[in-house]
Design a binder for this molecule. Structure first.
Ligand SMILES: *Cc1c(COP(=O)(O)O)cnc(C)c1O
Length: 422
């Protein structure tokens, strides 16, 4: 299929906007997308999210709506819920949260009062804003106590987590994060949550697809609540889900609606149902395994090229590079790689001496390139491009960056992206 994809009605009504969509399709097709929270959804997911389901208001839950005409919408939502429960092996699923941040806010609403103590990993250590970080509503309306990783290992310090939890007695403990390259020990967190009387929330936004595909241990039965986005490794539309045992079902449902949100985005619910169906197929298990295999090989290849990786490598889809030894700031490297057709994000590293808006690290991941079909045999080339790109960033060598961009585009043309090909 040639790009841009046909959008006949959009092109006729609003050519200016259609041109921007076409340009984005081109960009996503030509570049090596390595932001670990991103992916390529299938054509089926794209189609579901562009349906007339979006015309419908359906505040409430299936069988208990505040609007009539829910004959089909109820079935869509029940299908998504049934698939989520089957895929993750949970008793309850709420598929209405608009995205990961509102899903987490609903968790606070369900289990804490303003001013209560909550606990999560600090943002600069790899946690998420919504785990009680100061600039977030969650850190302003609650008393956020934050744990980190050990400076020597880059791994969660469970002694620190336990000591903090027993001293501060948080209502809610979040585990999980946005820049964690290692397996999360849900059982260890659960033990600490039990000892301290806290509700344990496993925020698996980044790794939900790996869990569904059997490439990362499940937080079931350890966590009281599982929060996840649906658009990262799970490869669904932008949305989120909250899952739990039956005992917390009521509290969670009440918090999402009417506590926090109005009408659910039914077109998103439909696309989540499609993504969950795709994630239940055997091919998704191979996908999840390949994401991790690719990341592990890429980490080895980067180490061999003198890169410093936080925690020394990866167990999942994500690699956090500390570019301090390369003498190139993370932002400078990220912007240069972008010009080289490799899309990444600059990121703080634990104990970063630099500022969050100009940090030492770059975060990369393998979900998107694996969705295109790249395998371990390509990771040496990817590491080479990154290595050359970072050197060119340091030297201000625009020609070298342009050369990489051409090589990247050539390989990408051989591996059409889902959603962008027929
Ligand atoms: C991405 C992410 C979120 C937030 O998701 P949004 O959809 O961007 O609001 C929450 N928690 C974690 C750990 C994440 O990685």
């Amino acid at each position: 299929m040639t790009l841009p994809l046909p959008h006949p009605a959009l092109s006729a009504t609003d050519p200016e906007l259609a041109a921007l969509v076409g340009a984005e399709e081109q960009l996503q097709a030509e570049t090596l997308r390595m932001i670990p929270s991103e992916n390529y959804v299938s054509r089926a997911v794209l189609e579901a999210s562009g349906t007339v389901l979006q015309n419908k208001y359906s505040e409430g839950y299936a069988g208990r709506r505040y609007y009539e005409g829910q004959q089909n919408i109820d079935q869509v939502e029940l299908l998504a819920i049934a698939r989520a429960k089957a895929l993750f092996g949970v008793e309850h699923a709420n598929v209405q949260p608009y995205s990961g941040s509102p899903a987490n806010l609903a968790v606070y609403l369900a289990f804490a009062e303003p001013g209560d103590t909550v606990m999560g990993m600090a943002l600069p250590m790899g946690g998420h804003l919504t785990h009680g970080w100061g600039v977030s509503a969650t850190g302003r309306w609650f008393r956020g106590v934050q744990y980190g990783v050990r400076q020597d290992t880059g791994l969660t310090d469970f002694d620190e987590v336990r000591e903090l939890a027993l001293k501060e007695r948080p209502k809610v403990i979040f585990c999980g994060g946005t820049a964690l390259p290692r397996t999360i020990d849900f059982a260890a967190f659960a033990e600490i949550a039990r000892e301290s009387g806290a509700v344990l929330v496993a925020d698996v936004a980044h790794i939900a697809g790996l869990i569904a595909g059997g490439a990362h241990p499940s937080p079931v039965p350890h966590a009281d609540v599982i929060s996840t986005t649906t658009h990262k490794t799970l490869r669904g539309p932008r949305g989120a889900m909250l899952m739990s045992r039956e005992e917390h079902a009521k509290a969670i449902d009440k918090a999402v609606f009417p506590g926090l949100q109005g009408g659910p985005h039914n077109q998103t619910t439909a696309a989540i149902a499609v993504a969950l169906h795709e994630a239940a197929q055997p091919s998704f298990r191979s996908y999840a395994a390949s994401v991790v295999a690719n990341a592990k090989v890429l980490a080895e290849e980067l180490l061999a090229r003198g890169f410093d990786l936080v925690s020394g490598g990866t167990d999942n889809h994500l690699i956090l590079m500390d570019l301090t030894p390369k003498n190139v700031p993370g932002k400078v490297a990220a912007k240069a790689l972008d010009r080289a057709g490799i899309v990444v994000n600059y990121n703080t590293v634990p104990y970063d001496p630099r500022k969050p808006f100009d940090p030492s690290g770059v975060r990369i991941g393998t979900p998107s390139l694996t969705s295109r079909g790249l395998g371990t045999e390509h990771m040496a080339a990817v590491a080479d491009w990154i290595d050359r790109g970072v050197s060119a960033a340091g030297a201000g060598d625009e020609e070298a960056l342009a050369a990489i961009r051409a090589e990247v585009a050539e390989l990408m043309a051989e591996y059409p992206a889902p959603g962008l090909s027929a």
